[in-house]
Structures are given as structure tokens and as C-alpha cells.
Design a protein around this ligand. Sequence first.
Ligand code: ADP
Ligand code: ZN
Length: 600
Amino acid sequence: MSAQAILHDVFGYSEFRGQQAAIIDHVIQGQDALVLMPTGGGKSLCYQIPAIVRKGVGIVVSPLIALMQDQVEALLQQGVKAAFLNSSLDAESAWRIEQDLVDGKLDLLYVAPERLLTPRFLQLLDQTELALFAIDEAHCVSQWGHDFRPEYVQLSILHERFPHVPRLALTATADEPTRREIIERLGLIGAKQFTSSFDRPNIRYRIVQKQNPREQLLRFLETEHPTDAGIVYCLSRKRVEETAEWLRSRGWNAFPYHAGLSNAIRQENQQRFIREEGNIIVATVAFGMGIDKPNVRFVAHLDLPKSMEGYYQETGRAGRDGLPANAWLAYGLSDVITLRYMLDRSEADEQHKRLERRKLEALLGFCETTLCRRQVLLNYFGESYSAPCHHCDNCLEPVATWDGKIAAQMALSCVYRTGQRFGVKHLIDVLLGKETPQVQRFFHHKVSTFGIGRDYSELQWRSIYRQLVAANLLTVDMSGYGSLRLTENCHPLLRGDQTIALRKDPEVFRRKTKISPAREQKESSAPKDELWQILKNKRLELAKEQGVPPYIIFHDSTLVEMHAKRPKTLEEFAGISGVGERKLERYGAAFIQVIRAHES
Ligand code: ADP
Ligand code: ZN
């Protein structure tokens, strides 16, 4: 069968996306490849289809048990002969799958790297006809990355032991050093590289100035995602717990996830997120790797991620299905102060610190920019994206800058006049001329900057200080918690030789107005009427019968199309994207029935 026919009949899609056709063709010819494609780009088909077309079984190396199970379940639903081998299986089931393997009864076998590398398994492979090796999450081979798996390094053995079997390494990690490491360590020097754009056009990036983050989060959920599933990231376990608790007290189905919870609770919360609909998971970055739930509609950060890489990876978990999704981050002065403080306290050696500093500066630059966020993000990853995207906060609601020279001078001299020993709150009290007990105690009502800043509000001063810290004109003192000190960089500004353009944060400089129209635009393209609910219920019912997540039955995008076209015959139903032969057979009648019942 041809690749195109399999795409249509088995997977129910009419066209290949992006470079899929070229990659699949290349692998079917028996060539090696390195595939760099963002999350949601459609990497799986790149090895699944060649594995079906070529003789023998495709071996897929995957580091994540949950992911394997999901993929295999999805393939079985589509009538593909797939199985997995990992530590979750009992000995007898594993033995049966090994038999199927050598008997040539499988199209695809997913296997954990540590199992693949056992002498026993390699011997089994010697007796098996092999279509290809796919090495998923290939960046796990990188020692510098955050997902390093020592076993991945040993995968170079595949090349030596099975030189005639094509190998396909896939990753969504974009940067050049990682790419080089994959090629070198997996022995892919001659392999063709297929690089796609890392843009995720369906994700809308937005950063809001943090004031009352929980309330801001709540407003965001209420206006844009009242019934959607999403992830809320926080920095600490404590914050995770508190936020989840608080959301629950407000009537949201929110579940915590962090490394401090017992394995059982983590599993349960993760399962609820995956198998039920519309749940929110509140998590530290411990959560996410290996979650390929396609209909995560938003990723919200209540704290800054650690780096641009972290931000891209975490936000990338939204909208795998290609439908509109939101990346929302609340960012403020306290975040900048915490990060600068942690960096100074870091015990890393000089070289490492420099690297950390560069990463931090990039992240702060991204938060503070008035340019298109997508441009800044993609440029950071070495991709030129020249026109503004019209789909991020800065594009949709352009941010003005203002000449902050005088204000910055006031802010900086206030730090100086008070001895570089105080935190922002006190500094702002002085600028605003507030005679608080602390101001009096230190005689700061006598300093020259007392009361000179009354033209700006407290919030505006916080915005100014945030930007001065982000721009490294101020630094955070290690000895006194959160007290600010001048850095060398501020001399030209203080002397008046230099000016500074500050961001006019809309939330802070705008008079209190209603949410602007750009924010009110409805996010999810999912229809919210009765038929939509009926279709979703049907899907959930079928999923529960089989103990699988709803998206394994049909993706949201398939449901959306069903809702729009309202198929009433099997023939019409077959025309819906995502409906292959097997799913038509299994589910067509059930959905047609509820559609008909609804219309009669
Ligand atoms: P990745 O592994 O790159 O994150 P997946 O392989 O999981 O991405 O694919 C993402 C989504 O896109 C899946 O829902 C998949 O079914 C869908 N998809 C992939 N290729 C196509 C295609 N050619 N046409 C329509 N949908 C596709
Ligand atoms: Zn933009």
C-alpha cells in the first residue's frame, strides 16, 4: 500500500503536513534521517507510515511509559498492529509480545531504551525482520539538556549491529548544540536533516503584569477557558498546593502535581487530567514530559520559567491538536528580583554562571519586549521570523514606550540616597512621600528624594523598578533580602548622558478600563451548543467503556468537523478528517445516531 493510501485509509487524513511526505519517502527508501519538528508538528506519522509500508516491524525507542501506552492505544484503534514493551507489563504479556515480534506479527513495537539494550532483546531483534528504528525524543541523548537519559547514549549500538536498518531520530528541541550532539552520539553523520519551522501558529503568547496573580488567573480562566483543560505552572510545591486548593475553593476542577506528592496521587491526578475533560492541573515543571494530551487549551505560568527553552517547552504543551490555544504568563517585579537573587547566590562555577546569566537576560528581554513575542522567541532559537505575527499580546495591543529618563533618575537616586539597603516597597514609600514608621525610623523623610515621585502611582513605580532591575541597572543585594543596589551600568543615566525607553505596561498606565476588545475575543474555536455537548458525551462514554482517554477515540478537531458537517450516513462520516476505516466501522454508527436523534 502506498504512503498516501495509508494516510487516508488508516489515519483518516487527506494530506500530508509540512515535510511529512518528504521524510516518509526518504525513510521508505531505507535512508537515515534526523527530524526536527515542533510539538504537534506530526512527528509520529513520519515513522508510523514507513513502518507499515516497509517489510518487518518498526522499533520505536521512547523514554516515557505513559506516552508509549497512549500511542499504542491510538494505533490499535486505527487497526495498526502495535504493541509496547516496558516495565509496566507482567512477564507473560511481555513474553507474548516478544513472540509476536519474532513471528512478524507486528507493524510497530514501542520499547524503552533500557529494555532495547539488553542482550536478550538484541538477540530477539537479530531473529526479526526490521523495518526501521525510530528514536523518539532524541534530545535525551544530550548531556547538557534537562532530559538526559544515559541509556540513550548507548543507542549508537543500533547502527553498528544493524547497519542496514534505517534510523530516524526525532526531537522537538531546536537548538544547534543539541542537534550536533544527537548527530554525533547516535552516529547520524550521513543522515539527512529535516528541519521545520518551530513556530506554533495556533498558540497565542501573552504576558500580563503581575498584580494580583490569582485574581488575574481567575479572570483569564473565566473569560477564556471556562470549560477547557489546561496546565498552570508554579515554581514551588507550596505554591502548587495553594493554587490548586484555591482554584478548587472557587469551583474549578484543579489538581496538584509535584515531585513531593506520593506516586499514587501523582498518577491519579495525571490520569484525571488525561482521561476526563476540562480539568486543570496545577504543577511544577515536574509535570509535562510525556503528556501528549492534544487538547490542552492553555498553559498559564504564575511564575517565570527558568529559561526561554523552558518557556517554549512548557507552553508547547498547549494546542498539540492545532486548534487555538493560549500561553499566558503573569510576570512582575518580584519575579525579576527572585531570579536575579538566585543567580547571584548560585554555586555554579564562573562559566556556568555566565551561561545562566545569558539565559536569564534572554528571558527577561522576552518579558520586557515591546516587539512581537513570536519574533523574539523564534529569533532566540536561531530562526528568523521577520514579520510580526498578529497573534501575540504585543501585536494585538501594541505597547507604547515612554521616555523614562527622569523617572529612572529619581528611582535610582532614591536607591542611592537611602544607602542601597532597602527593598522596593520602602523606596516607593519614600518617592511617594509616605511617612511610614520605617521611613521615620531611618529619617528618610529628610532625604532629597522624599516625595519627589508623586506624579506616578505605586504600581507605576513598581513597573519602573521592575524594568530597571530587568535592564540590570539595579541588582539585588545578597545580604539583605531584596534590597536594591546600583550597578555600574547606571552611571551614564544618572549623569544624564543617556536616556531610557520604558515600556508603558498597559495594565499599569491605562486608566482602569474594561478588558479591551482584543482580550475578549473568544479563544477556543470549539462550538459550545447542545450538539457539541452531545458529541462530547458520546465520545466520553465510548472512551470510558474501553478505559482510554477521550482523544484516543476522536480528537477535538474531528469532533468540531463532525459538529459542523453533521454527517448522517457512513459515507459522509468517512469524509471527516481523522476518521479512518477502522474508526468508521467502530464508531460511525454511534455518532450518526446521536446526530440524527438531535436533529429529529
Ligand atoms: P508530535 O509528535 O510532533 O508532537 P503528533 O505526531 O502527535 O505530533 O501529531 C500532532 C497531531 O497532528 C496529532 O493529533 C496528529 O493526529 C495530527 N496530524 C499529524 N499529521 C497530520 C496530517 N497529515 N493531517 C492531519 N492531522 C495530522
Ligand atoms: Zn506577535
